[in-house]
Design a binder for this molecule. Structure first.
Ligand code: BG6
Length: 488
């Protein structure tokens, strides 16, 4: 029997997680090409309503490409990590980070995605970043594609709708696996694979208006199939090129609770959960789960699969699973299934037992323990909590400090939940808190929605010194890591 785990193991991977498109800035510097994320502007009205903007239109994109950008694009600036990376990594090291989950911008390596040769300047940038991490014994965990891809792939192939995108992605994978094989041992092929049906442009570079059929769900699942095949091929390639590599699959877990004990609500929650687990089921087990056949049939979805796909999926199973956790939600049989898709951006029914954040995201630390137990029961693979955190409107007080007690409280409760799950027997290998330094929000493109332990003096419009300041939570997390969560 597995040993009962009373405390966090000594080699537990404490750290933080970011994504290149929300962090780096350095827009068009160092030979970087235009990405899908570069095309998402700040929309005042949406931000006021905390409504995410995660799409783009073909006309808009073409206009930006020919006439130039007009408006406010916070993701072009990020928090300016591109010019502050040494300082930022030193701050992570000061907190005692043992790992740093980050992503590579595909467009720094292949600016349009179609080049035969990579952009050396882009490769050098990440060489420097990884060397700096290693200087502090901080293990990089790299997401190959985190919510961005070259816009030219979207315009020419409609992103992941096309099977040709698999080859472009694998060329990119091969380049970075070979280049960083001695510097990076842990990899994640895609961020939150399960968001394709909710945010198809963000997750798959898909412009639905350009899709080959009117059955948009079919297009999304076709794109998902291509990503699943690409993920399996990337796993195989990674293991071939990198000695001792560990490569995992990642989804956003937003677990549905049945609204009542009405059996139909329970069934609805189960069915919605299956749709969420589908991605892990395939990447962990190497084949499509049987429940999808009925779903495809009922939604008139026909996936083009090549003969070799079954073998490819079987040959590219992952070593660990990773997930982001921000909230739970409620499933009810009274709503149509598509209205209650699992998504970090569409929590429409508030659980009366939970509080919500300033951005109306339910706060549910016990849910994290539940999810960890469920995932481990299902897969028995090591688990990385790849994202968890609280977006809040932090302010600098008159004393010049940032007193974010609410963030400490949020994280404390979630880490306690992790500890409890480990006592339940779950094999958790790491916790990378989302956004250890303030970055631009993925969903709303705001700088104001801050997650960090480190405050960045910049607003939604790019005003500010971009100076870095330690928040109260910075010192708290340092103590958590130093004591291996004995001190919470
Ligand atoms: C996750 C994404 O879903 O949620 C991140 O992987 C994102 O990229 C995070 O930043 C939080 O969402 P938001 O919209 O608050 O930035």
């Amino acid at each position: 029997m597995k040993q009962y785990c009373e405390s966090f193991p000594k080699n537990f991977l404490w750290g933080g997680a970011t994504a290149a498109n929300q962090l780096e800035g350095g827009f068009r510097e160092g030979g970087k090409g235009l990405s899908t994320a570069d095309m998402t502007p700040f929309r005042e009205e949406a931000v006021k309503e905390h409504r995410p903007v995660m799409d783009a239109s073909y006309e808009e994109i073409k206009k930006y490409r020919t006439d130039g950008f007009c408006g406010n694009f916070p993701k072009h600036r990020g928090n300016d990590f591109y010019h502050h990376w040494k300082e930022d990594i030193a701050l992570f090291a000061e907190m005692g980070f043992r790992c740093y989950r980050m992503s590579i911008a595909w467009t720094r390596i292949f600016p349009t995605g179609f080049e035969a040769e990579p952009n050396e300047e882009g490769l050098l940038f990440y060489d420097d970043v990884f060397d700096e991490c290693r200087k502090y014994h901080m293990q990089p965990i790299v997401t190959v594609s985190h919510y961005e891809m070259p816009i030219e792939i979207t315009l020419n192939l409609n992103g992941w709708e096309s099977r040709k995108t698999i080859d472009l992605y694998l060329k990119y994978c091969e380049t970075i696996f070979k280049r960083y094989k001695n510097k990076v041992k842990m990899w994640i092929p895609f961020n939150e694979m399960n968001q394709m049906t909710t945010v198809p442009y963000v997750g798959g570079g898909l412009l639905l208006e350009k899709a080959k059929t009117d059955n948009l769900l079919e297009v999304e699942y076709q794109a998902i199939h291509h990503q699943l095949v690409a993920s399996a091929m990337a796993v195989k390639l990674c293991k071939k090129i990198i000695k001792n590599a560990r490569i995992g699959s990642m989804i956003a877990v937003i677990d549905p609770y049945p609204e009542t004990c009405h059996p139909l609500d329970v069934l609805e929650a189960l069915k919605e959960n299956q749709l969420n687990m589908f991605y892990l089921d395939v990447t962990v087990r190497g084949y499509y789960p049987s429940y999808m056949a009925r779903y495809f049939q009922e939604h008139d979805i026909h996936i083009d699969m090549e003969e070799e796909d079954e073998e490819i999926l079987q040959g590219g199973k992952v070593d660990f699973i990773a997930f982001s956790y921000y909230m739970s939600y409620i499933a009810s049989h009274k709503r149509k299934q598509n209205e209650s898709k699992n998504s970090v951006i569409m929590v429409d029914k508030v659980n009366p037992y939970l509080e919500v954040s300033d951005w109306r995201w339910p706060i549910d630390s016990v849910g994290l323990r539940i999810v960890l137990n469920k995932l481990y029961d299902r897969y028995q693979l090591p688990i990385l909590i790849a994202e968890n955190g609280l977006g809040a409107d932090d302010v600098v007080s008159e004393d010049g400090l940032i007193h974010d007690a609410y963030r400490i409280e949020y994280l404390r409760k979630h880490i306690i939940a992790v500890k409890e799950a480990m006592r339940d027997g779950v094999d958790v290998i790491g916790y990378t808190m989302w956004g250890p330094i303030d970055i631009v929000s993925q969903g709303t493109c705001e700088m104001k929605k801050r997650y960090g332990f480190i405050y960045v003096d910049a607003d939604n419009y790019g005003n500010g010194s971009y100076k870095r300041l330690r928040k109260d939570s910075f010192y708290w997390y340092s103590r958590v890591i130093a004591s291996n969560a004995e001190e919470l």
